[in-house]
Design a binder for this molecule. Sequence first.
Ligand code: COA
Length: 260
Amino acid sequence: MKYNNIQIQKENSITTITINRPSKLNALNKETIQELHDAFKDLDKDKNIKAIILTGSGEKAFVAGADISEFANFSVKEGGKLAAKGQKLLFDFVEKLSTPVIAAVNGFALGGGLELAMSCHFRVASDNARMGLPEVSLGVIPGYGGTQRLPQLVGKGRAMEMIMTAGMIDAEKALNCGLVNYVVPQEELLDFCIKLASKISNNSPVAISHAIKAVNAGFKHDSNGYDAEIKAFGECFGTADFEEGTTAFLEKRKADFPGK
Ligand code: COA
């Protein structure tokens, strides 16, 4: 299959998907989300693929978020649809994939980028990586599962702080709070992930896919949270704060929120 925004590299039983929009710091536009869905679906069907590594092109970013230019003018209805469709096509889809997916976080993982990394089964970061959910600085909230998966990984208090401050944490802090499993020098990131994936590939794919299902089942009580997130995310699109936040980003200036 031919893709415009992602690259696929197969090496024995391990495949690396690289999100390739470096001029936009690999921001997730609609087409990239669809291509990622198609690629994950295809690879999951291939019995020879035992593990997938997901990374971003270049040395600066894994993914700097959802593509802000695509949704800055969305209505409440369109906002809700954006989150629901994205969650279904990509974020929930990756989390439930029967093939293990490792996120190789090679730089900025912000907003939808961190949400994508959190949808993967686990994460390895390069030492230059920085992670955060900056949505409230744009007048919106995380809409691709971030309000649910971040507390699962780092605990409620740390997640609340990260979401409310919209701040970034470095790789070392991400390691300390369990957001990533390892931090390695950037030039060693892919090799390190391939070694981990090789270890996985020696084990039973059927048992692993059942293990993924079982681990995910333990978090099912949160499924209403995802619906609540979609609703709240959509509602943000009707606010003056959202209009100001996204306009300020696109105009490269600091937002001046009208507020409550
Ligand atoms: N959506 C759309 N475009 C984005 C983007 C996003 N999420 N993140 C970065 N870009 C684009 C920039 O607009 C810029 O494009 P341009 O060269 O055509 O103007 C390009 O990527 C490079 O980004 P730039 O901001 O110039 O790089 P920087 O090194 O100064 O800053 C970041 C890096 C990651 C701090 C900054 O790009 C940023 O804050 N991005 C948005 C993060 C965000 O809020 N994500 C959540 C979205 S819900």
